[in-house]
Design a protein around this ligand. Structure first.
Ligand SMILES: CSCCC(=O)C(=O)COP(=O)(O)O
Ligand SMILES: [Mg+2]
Length: 232
């Protein structure tokens, strides 16, 4: 039988929520206005700024207003595809200037290496954009881990709480959904993956969730406090 493909979330699963909210988000929040002023004319940036403008004003609006809107969305932790794409572009400088590297929970790298060596395909599905995911995994404290992964998926495939997104990911990986194990800290995401036919495990990390999710709070998903407890 083919080893299961392991599809993992990032924030709260491979890396702490604190890193995302206390390092990545403030970095992007502070630099987005200047980034938009300097790069707003570039088509790949403009495309996302226009998407924000359409949402907030049904059309054109000032770039300063767009920047303020994006900062508000960061404060609300909105998982908007345009915000995530722009954040990823801003984080590129942070990684390349050495302002930060990406921490992983200590159990993550050994498990990923073991699973990869055992023939499991590994993939990522995060609200962070695919370029942001690749930046993160290529700038971990253990070096570049991107060669371990066979696929990266973001919300361009669909929202993380929608079963259709997981069906689309399975199809893109060329796998039947029941051969994919999805790992996440968010029960609603696991519910959607299960509805699509995937296997699931809830990551319940004490650092992120001081109140353990037990019993009904797991919605029937297998629960693990570390990757070391997962048998794919
Ligand atoms: C690619 S790292 C940035 C993480 C991020 O912006 C985010 O919203 C994380 O969401 P996740 O789906 O990984 O919980
Ligand atoms: Mg998460």
């Amino acid at each position: 039988m083919q080893p299961a493909t392991i599809l993992t979330d990032i924030e709260g699963t491979t890396s702490s929520i604190a890193f995302v909210r206390e390092v990545l988000f403030p970095y992007a929040r502070a630099r987005l206005p200047a980034f938009i002023r300097e790069h707003g004319h570039e088509p790949e940036v403009r495309r996302w700024l226009d998407a924000v403008a359409i949402e907030i004003a049904a059309g054109a609006c000032d770039d300063a207003v767009i920047a303020e809107t994006l900062q508000g969305w960061i404060d609300q932790d909105r998982k908007h595809t345009a915000l995530k794409a722009l954040q990823g572009m801003v984080w590129e400088a942070g990684y390349s200037d050495g302002d930060f590297t990406a921490p992983l929970y200590p159990d993550v790298l050994p498990a990923l290496q073991t699973w990869h060596a055992a023939g499991h395909r590994l993939a990522v599905y995060s609200s962070g954009s695919v370029p942001a995911q690749k930046l993160l995994f290529s700038h971990t404290e253990a070096g570049d881990l991107t060669p371990l992964f066979a696929g990266f998926f973001d919300t361009e495939v669909g929202g993380k709480r929608e079963a259709a997104s997981y069906r689309a990911i399975a199809a893109r990986l060329g796998q039947a959904p029941d051969t994919v194990l999805f790992l996440s800290d968010v029960v609603e995401e696991l519910d959607a993956a299960r509805a699509a036919g995937m296997r699931t495990t809830l990551l319940d990390r004490a650092q992120d969730y001081p109140q353990p999710r037990l019993g009904d709070a797991t919605h029937g998903h297998p629960r693990a406090e570390s990757f070391a407890q997962i048998t794919p």
